[in-house]
Write a protein that binds this ligand. Structure first.
Ligand code: ACO
Length: 427
């Protein structure tokens, strides 16, 4: 196989190196394209563009395969906990017992948020979407932790990482408590990371908190499944923001904003809203399938399709099983789940969906579990952000340690060419 790709244009011949990644996938290295040919490439949505070299996550969309640092998502979801996965993603190896304990201790030492932050939260109306609030609070953290991270110091880097891992669950819990009118509280250092998050979210002022293993395990699994997904929209937002050497917290805040959209993380909320609308409308899934296929109708089947997975989303398989188990364990009968199953069946047999390789994605079932766990709909994407946090951190850290250049794409300009200025009275 050749290690060069040839481009011929206007009678001239250019050669570009072809590089093979560790999974034997090929890429044409066009770093010298503009300097040698004067041309650029155009690739809206970056469907064919690798923005970086990365060691963190591998996914094969055709085979429906997802691995964090070489470990299969199925094994991690089954055998690891969220904090182990966070450590793995960020530092590259699974922690041993001592490393994990130290990591958790260091995170706990950072689990307070400056009380002044409550005043910022107070300024938001109760009706504010929790994703907007979370993004703002994450950004505001910088005001209370102003020292910038010296990336050549491993200690500094580590400190910034445990700091955000300690404070973020508090912010997540506060966004929900604000919406529900509950007092803003802190966690309990005696609990595990995910259990503590759950307690901070749900503890009632006048009631003792009682942990439920089924709920905590399901939450842990969901967070692991969402923890990283290579160069998706929000991760690219984090990397590109950080590439200007903006700090970790604001880069994460950019990621949260990108995740909010219904075509990305916001799909989990949109799925439940769609399923509820179908139920209200009599439960006719075929009607909504027809709407999804109609090019004159803006309706899309939320929770279906994926930019990279063109076979199946491995996370959706794990989640589907988990949704069944959680609902059964908690004794919840949810008609929404029946509508979801019927919609899935219809879609998987429909020519339009089969031809376009549209399968249920991770968000199709995650909302159903969140609902069963008593998490309000508007918090679904916040839970996604909580899960994605270690992935964003790992990607930001990698980008900085590899000294990547500032992200700055070019464009194909299709606007007006030069025209002389027209004075106001002549317009
Ligand atoms: N419902 C109906 N038709 C769809 C859907 C859908 N959910 N998704 C894609 N299509 C159709 C498109 O109309 C297009 O049809 P065409 O070839 O006739 O024009 C074709 O399938 C290809 O779709 P694109 O939008 O070009 O695919 P792209 O890779 O750009 O988009 C995306 C992927 C954004 C996920 C899309 O499938 C979608 O909007 N899905 C619904 C939202 C969703 O569930 N998002 C969550 C993604 S997972 C995550 O972010 C965690």
């Amino acid at each position: 196989m050749s290690d060069k790709a040839i481009l011929e244009y206007d009678g001239k011949r250019y050669e570009f190196p072809v590089i093979k990644d560790t999974e034997n996938e090929l890429a044409i290295d066009i770093k010298s394209l503009r300097s040698s040919t004067g041309m650029i490439t155009i690739d809206p949505g970056f469907k064919n563009t690798g923005s970086c070299e990365s060691e963190i996550t591998f996914l094969d969309g055709e085979k429906g395969m997802l691995r964090y640092r070489g470990y299969a998502i199925e094994e991690l979801a089954e055998k690891a906990d969220f904090l182990e996965v966070a450590y793995l993603l960020i530092f590259g190896e699974l922690p041993n017992k001592e490393q994990l304990e130290t990591f958790h201790e260091d995170i706990k030492a950072e689990s307070q948020v400056d009380e002044e932050m409550k005043k910022i939260l107070d300024g938001f109306p109760k009706s504010a979407h929790p994703m907007g609030v979370l993004s703002s609070l994450t950004s505001a953290l910088i005001a209370f932790n102003p020292t910038s991270v010296n990336i050549s110091s491993e200690k500094d880097m580590y400190h910034a990482i445990v700091k955000i891992l300690g404070k973020f669950p508090v912010l997540v819990a506060w966004t929900m408590r604000k919406k529900k009118g509950l007092p803003l509280d802190y966690g309990d250092d005696n609990l595990g990371y995910v259990e503590n998050l759950h307690k901070m979210m749900f503890k009632k002022p006048s009631k003792e908190y009682k942990s439920n293993k089924i709920v905590i395990d399901a939450l842990d699994k969901l967070l692991i499944l969402h923890a990283d997904h290579e160069q998706n929209c929000s991760t690219s937002a984090v990397r590109i923001t950080g590439s200007s050497h903006a700090g970790l917290f604001v880069s994460l805040s950019a990621g949260i904003s990108a995740l909010w959209g219904p075509l990305h993380g916001g799909a989990n909320q949109a799925v439940i809203e769609m399923l509820e609308a179908i139920k209200e409308d009599g439960g006719d899934t075929h009607k909504y399938m027809d709407k999804a296929k109609d090019k004159n109708d803006e309706f899309r089947l939320m929770g279906f399709g994926h930019r990279v997975y063109k076979n199946f989303d491995p996370r959706a398989r794990i989640i589907k099983k988990a949704a069944d188990e959680v609902l059964e364990d908690l004794g919840i009968v949810d008609p929404i789940l029946d509508i979801a199953k019927s919609l899935e069946k219809v879609a998987l047999e429909d020519e339009y969906f089969v031809e376009r390789n549209l399968y249920p994605n991770v968000d199709f079932y995650s909302g159903i579990i969140y609902r069963a766990l008593g998490i309000p709909r508007e918090m679904f994407t916040v839970m996604f952000a909580m899960g994605r946090l270690p992935g964003w951190i790992a990607q930001w850290r990698e980008m900085r340690l590899r000294h990547e250049p500032i992200g700055r794409p070019r464009q194909v300009y299709i606007g007006k060419t030069y025209r002389p200025f027209k004075p106001l009275e002549e317009r």
